[in-house]
Every structure is written in structure tokens, then in C-alpha cells.
Design a protein around this ligand. Structure first.
Ligand code: 4AD
Ligand code: MG
Length: 459
């Protein structure tokens, strides 16, 4: 007999004579002649109620079943007389697959997020994390669906790389050399290393994606990204997933149109397909989530320049921890003020000073700002960072010289500006930050299966 998943069972429209379910016991309640069990198999948030009568052969064994134990249950799917559920299973045969001992850590109905982080290997078995990771999976599907429908080609950009896209020096080194040998020699001999050159984990797939946009037109890369930045915040992890569309024949304004459509489509998809899981977050995690999501899909995102943003911040009379002046890199408190308090919706900031942005961004006519764009959203701050790219070889070479970037290391990048260069643009969206936005989860560690942060790599 084939096992039926609980999400399918709960959606049936008529009773069934014989069903087989397999899952884990979430709760058990004893009555005089029978017992109730709530079984969850991870296919959905809801449990199915199982009734075991004392006429079962192994009833005494079933009475000892503990929370967290795994069971296989055969029986009838019948209409439930109880409140809050349509169906229940009247058990005819129950097999214990394995019994969880009494020290199974998830006994209580609610545990703190901090505690659950210490047992990241077990937390997906709770309602909240089960829901979060089902939504995460659906969101990955929605991304590929969106791009497939738009005719973008998915590109697997390298994870081990020889270049630093962002130039921020926040890279994890990749080497096959023995650290003790390096220590003995007193220096790193890159020539003797695996690739014969310095190698790192990627901070962005953008540069390779640009090469492919010049060939396939519209591409996107979606994969793991690594940053060795020592920021212990609720929005940073050392390993995260970044979605990076790169579009040929695209300018900054079309780049923003694309980002806005992307976020709206993905949010709508989750609102439609994950209604039950999402309802957990609107009820228990963030009471303002439903209205936030409506704003997200229905409002027109604001668009202002960096200078306009600084004007607004200076005029706000708000006390910020970090000093504000033209030219500074905005801090999260500034970004959140703009999105959360001032616009009360997502806002694109464009045309940042060139000195706080990477080499590849297109120089504006003023010679001072570049065609950069960040999307700021309430509760999180920056969720998208991108730009129109510098497609003019002479401008690019000048900028690289100013920034002391070795031309020979980027020869292949410069080639793309020599051979059929076209205006193009793209951005990177932090996948986990989008997940935080959609679920209302306030710490990025809680939307990553096994988060990697400074000083912690338990799992
Ligand atoms: O703004 P960033 O650094 O942009 C780039 O890397 C560009 N090369 C992308 C491109 O144009 N193709 O990063 C993009 C986004 C940020 O807006 C943020 O959402 C996310 O990546 N991000 C992080 N998410 C979690 N943890 C971190 N440490 C992150 N660093 C960036
Ligand atoms: Mg950025």
C-alpha cells in the first residue's frame, strides 16, 4: 500500500476506506478506551488526528508512544466530529517505526528562537520552522518559474573564483596547501597552490553573468554566496543565496522595473501557494505582516536619488547613531528610516557617489555619481543592490586605474567591452532577506537551514 501524504489527505473531498500515513507524533492524549494522536509528516502545517481504540492488538505499546516518535498508521479516513478539522484517521493498525526517548528536546508547544538555534538540526520539526522552510522551498521554485516564463536562462556561475567582484576584500580563501607548511615558509606561495593562483569563494556571480548576458541576452544566477564580513547582525550571514539577474540592452530604470516586478510576483506567489504556512506568521510572528504584504504587492515602489535620500534624512530631525553627510555609505538605521517610516513602502535609491561603490558601475555624466541602485524595504533595509554596468571601455579602464585594480587580472572582463559591448544592467537580491520580508521573521539565522555566522559553525 502506498503512503499518502497528510496535505493530500486533508484536501480530499470524500472519505476513504483504506489509507496509510507515516509521520511523527506531535501530541498524544489518552482517554478511557481510546487515545488521540496528532501526526505530522512535514507535508503541511496541519497535523492529522488519529484515533486508536483499545481493541488494537498492540494498544498497550501504542499507549507508551512518546512525542517525536515515528509511526506508520493504516486505517479509515473518516469525517471528524471534532472541531477545527475535516478529516481524521480511525486506526486499524499502528506500527512503531521508532520511539523517541523522553529527553526529545521538542516537548513544549513553544520554544524560543534562541534555543531553537542551538538545535538547528531539530527545529524544522516545529510548526514555525517547518512553515519557514516549506516557504523557502516554494520561493526557490517561484524564482525559477518567474525567470523561465520571462525567457531568462539560468546560469551556474563559479563558486570558486579568482576575482573579487565587489572589491571589498571580504573573501574566504580556498587553498589545498597545508596551513602548517605555509606557516613554516612564513608566506603563502600562490604559485604552488592548487590553481597556481590566489583563489576564493565567490562574493557575487555578477562578472561571469555579465559575460553570458553578452551572449544569451537575459540570464540569472542563483546560488550560494560567501562573505567573510565580521558583521554580527540580524541581516548578515557568511553563507547566503543570492539571485542575480543580468540583462543586455537594459538601463537603470528598466533594471528597477524588473526588480519591482520580481518582488511583487514572488510575494504574490507565496501568498497564493503557501496560505496556510503564511497564516502562522501573520498570527504569531508579525501582526502587521498581512498589511505589509499587501503594500508590497499593491504599492508603486518609490524611486529617489541618493542625494534626495540624504536631504530627507537630514531634514527628518531624527537622532541617528551614525553621522549623516553627503558622501557617506548609508547605515541600516538610515535605510530603515526611509523605507519604514518615511515612505512606508519599498524605495529604490539611485545614483550613489562613485567612491562608495564598486568599479563596474556606470559613471554618470556628472563624473561624481554612478548608476547604482539599492532597493530598501521596511524592517530590513537593503534587499537588492545593483547597477547599470560601465559598458564603455575607456571609462572602465580609467576607473580601474583609479581604484588600482590590476588590468591583467580582469583581461577577460575588459574583453567584453572590446567585442560588441552593449548597455546592460543587473542586480543581486539577498534570497534570505526576501524570505525575512515575506515571513516577518526578524533574524536571518532563522530562515537559513544551518546558518554560518562569525564564530559559529556547529552543524
Ligand atoms: O549589494 P551587494 O553586495 O551586490 C553585489 O554583490 C552585486 N555584485 C550584485 C549584482 O549586481 N549582481 O549584494 C546584493 C544583496 C544585498 O542587497 C543583500 O540583500 C544580500 O545580497 N547580501 C547579504 N545577505 C545576507 N548576508 C550577507 N552577508 C549579505 N551581503 C549581501
Ligand atoms: Mg549592497
Amino acid at each position: 500500500m502506498k503512503r499518502k501524504k497528510i496535505n493530500l489527505l486533508l484536501n480530499l473531498t470524500s472519505p476513504e476506506d483504506k489509507v496509510l500515513i507515516r509521520g511523527w507524533v506531535r501530541r498524544k492524549r489518552d482517554s478511557k478506551d481510546f487515545l488521540f494522536m496528532e501526526i505530522n509528516d512535514g507535508s503541511c502545517l496541519a497535523n492529522i488526528q488519529v484515533i486508536a481504540n483499545n481493541n488494537l492488538d498492540n494498544y498497550s505499546e501504542i499507549q507508551k508512544v512518546t512525542t517525536g516518535s515515528a509511526l506508520a498508521i493504516k486505517g479509515k479516513l473518516i469525517e471528524s466530529p471534532g472541531k477545527g478539522q475535516k478529516w481524521e484517521v480511525q486506526a486499524e493498525n499502528i506500527e512503531t517505526i521508532s520511539t523517541a526517548p523522553e529527553n526529545y528536546p521538542l516537548q513544549k508547544k513553544r520554544h524560543s528562537d534562541e534555543f531553537l538555534r542551538t538545535i538547528a538540526h531539530l527545529r524544522p520539526r516545529t510548526n514555525k520552522y517547518g512553515a519557514a522552510f516549506r516557504i523557502r522551498a516554494e520561493l526557490i521554485y517561484a524564482i525559477h518559474k518567474f525567470y523561465h516564463e520571462q525567457g531568462f536562462k539560468c546560469l551556474s556561475t563559479p563558486i570558486i573564483t579568482g576575482s573579487d567582484c565587489e572589491g571589498a576584500g571580504e573573501m574566504f580563501r580556498v587553498t589545498s596547501l597545508d596551513p602548517q607548511d605555509i606557516a613554516k615558509q612564513g608566506k603563502m606561495d600562490f604559485g604552488a597552490d592548487f590553481f597556481g593562483a590566489e583563489a576564493n569563494l565567490t562574493v557575487s556571480g555578477q562578472l561571469p553573468a555579465e559575460m553570458f548576458a553578452m551572449a544569451l541576452g537575459d540570464v540569472y544566477s542563483f546560488g550560494p554566496t560567501f562573505r567573510a564580513e565580521n558583521s554580527n547582525t540580524s541581516r548578515h550571514v557568511a553563507e547566503f543565496w543570492m539571485l542575480e539577474p543580468e540583462m543586455a540592452f537594459c538601463d537603470l530604470s528598466q533594471n528597477m522595473d524588473h526588480g519591482e516586478e520580481l518582488i511583487k510576483t514572488l510575494t504574490r506567489h507565496i501568498m497564493e501557494k503557501c496560505e496556510e504556512d503564511l497564516s502562522l506568521f501573520t498570527r504569531f510572528v508579525d501582526k502587521s505582516l498581512a498589511s505589509m504584504l499587501n503594500t508590497l504587492v499593491n504599492s508603486k515602489f518609490a524611486r529617489i536619488t541618493y542625494n534626495e535620500a540624504i536631504d530627507i534624512l537630514l531634514k527628518s530631525n531624527k537622532k541617528f547613531e551614525f553621522k549623516l553627510e553627503y558622501g557617506i555609505d548609508l547605515q541600516s538605521e538610515h535605510e530603515r528610516f526611509l523605507a519604514e517610516e518615511y515612505f512606508k513602502k519599498p524605495v529604490f535609491l539611485t545614483d550613489y557617489p562613485k567612491d562608495i561603490k564598486p568599479f563596474y558601475m556606470r559613471m554618470n555624466d556628472d563624473g561624481k555619481t554612478v548608476a547604482a541602485v539599492d532597493l530598501l524595504v521596511p524592517r530590513i533595509g537593503e534587499i537588492i543592490g545593483g547597477s547599470q554596468r560601465e559598458e564603455r571601455l575607456d571609462f572602465l579602464e580609467k576607473r580601474m586605474k583609479e581604484m588600482n585594480l590590476p588590468k591583467d587580472m580582469y583581461w577577460w572582463y575588459l574583453d567584453s567591452r572590446k567585442f560588441g559591448s552593449v548597455p546592460h544592467a543587473g542586480f543581486g537580491m539577498g534570497f534570505e532577506r526576501l524570505l525575512m520580508l515575506i515571513t516577518g521573521i526578524s533574524n536571518i539565522r532563522d530562515v537559513v537551514p544551518f546558518p554560518r555566522t562569525p564564530g559559529s559553525i556547529d552543524f
